[in-house]
Ligand binder design. Structure first.
Ligand code: FAD
Length: 288
């Protein structure tokens, strides 16, 4: 089933993101974790793609497994930075051969040696979207950043490039995480004004331990509202309490999103089936 049909349906959608193993050594443990999440029967699941292509095969393997075994539609991420046209085409062949029709087209984070860029055929995700459209048959999504992409000096430019990406043939967008829903509502206003009309899926990260936070902020540049900081200050040193508070905070964000007409929410579950199950349980009478 195509993600575009799921997220534009009457029913609110609740989906989960998982990541594949880095090496074959931990394939089994990650397969089990992703199966436990698939067993919750979410609207769909996305499987990330490792920078540099190291885990590309596992992305397709994990995505195909949850789709085949649990009948949960899979959205395979595919990033193009440091790839060649030939390499990307092989990835698309593999995704198609595995029966996966949904792809999130990404540039990927610039590796440390990005300056060399030798042999790389891509600069931006828009180029990948164009190539996927030419390839044909995929339901194509892409990333967007309610607080602006960290490399963009001005949000206006970021939104102009986002429009280019959507116009290239991307059918839906998934947001970077955010911890204050007003940031998303303002962003939606701005992109609609800029003529971007495709559905936007809200990405929510349940923060379940205080150690995650520094990394999240440094990678994504997300603002942490004072209300959230108080929770971390109070519960951060107690893992169980922080997990419960983080799940409650994410649940509250999601309820507010649904209440305000955002019908599609994607939870960055980090392969944590307990967190995914708790969030789904908290929303069981809302997403039914
Ligand atoms: P782009 O859309 O190419 O944008 C990158 C930057 O370039 C932006 O600042 C944009 O404004 C700018 N830009 C775009 N076009 C132009 C142009 N023509 N001229 C000048 N500037 C331009 N990374 C992974 O490695 N694997 C994953 O699985 C993964 N999943 C993700 C899922 C989501 C929902 C999100 C939000 C991010 C994900 N990422 C993933 C991270 C993502 O790859 C990085 O944020 C990356 O830095 C940007 O990727 P993009 O596809 O948004 O790039």
């Amino acid at each position: 089933m195509r993600v575009i049909d799921i997220i534009t349906g009457e029913k609110p959608s609740l989906s989960f993101e998982v990541f594949p193993p880095k090496t074959s050594d931990n394939f089994e443990s990650i397969r089990v974790a992703t199966e436990n999440i698939a067993g919750l029967n979410p609207s769909y699941m996305s499987v990330t793609y490792g920078a540099g292509g190291g885990t590309s095969r596992f992305t397709v393997d994990i995505a195909a497994n949850i789709q085949k075994k649990f009948n949960v539609p899979a959205l395979a991420h595919l990033s193009c930075i440091s790839s060649t046209h030939q390499g990307v085409r092989e990835q698309m062949d593999a995704i198609r051969a595995a029966g996966i029709e949904n792809v999130l087209a990404l540039r990927g984070d610039l590796p440390a040696d990005a300056a060399s860029g030798n042999g790389w055929d891509y600069k931006y995700a828009t180029e990948l979207v164009r190539e996927m459209v030419d390839y044909g048959g995929f339901c194509i999504g892409a990333a967007c950043y309610p607080e602006g992409h960290p490399e963009s000096a001005h949000q206006k430019d970021d939104i102009a490039y986002l429009k280019e990406k959507v116009d290239a043939g991307c059918q839906f967008l998934v947001t970077q995480m955010f911890f204050d829903n007003n940031i998303l509502y303002n962003f939606l206003y701005k992109i609609r004004e800029a003529g971007i009309t495709v559905p936007v899926v809200a990405g929510i990260m349940p923060v379940t331990n205080a150690r995650q936070i520094g990394r999240i902020v440094s990678l994504s540049g997300c603002a942490l509202p004072q209300r959230f900081r108080y929770i971390v200050d109070r519960f951060g040193s107690d893992d169980a309490a922080m997990r419960q508070a983080g799940i409650a905070y994410a649940t509250e964000q999601i309820v507010d999103l649904y209440a305000n007409g955002i019908n599609a929410v994607h939870v960055y579950s980090m392969n944590n089936a307990h967190v995914a199950a708790k969030i789904q349980e908290n929303l069981s009478d809302i997403v039914k």
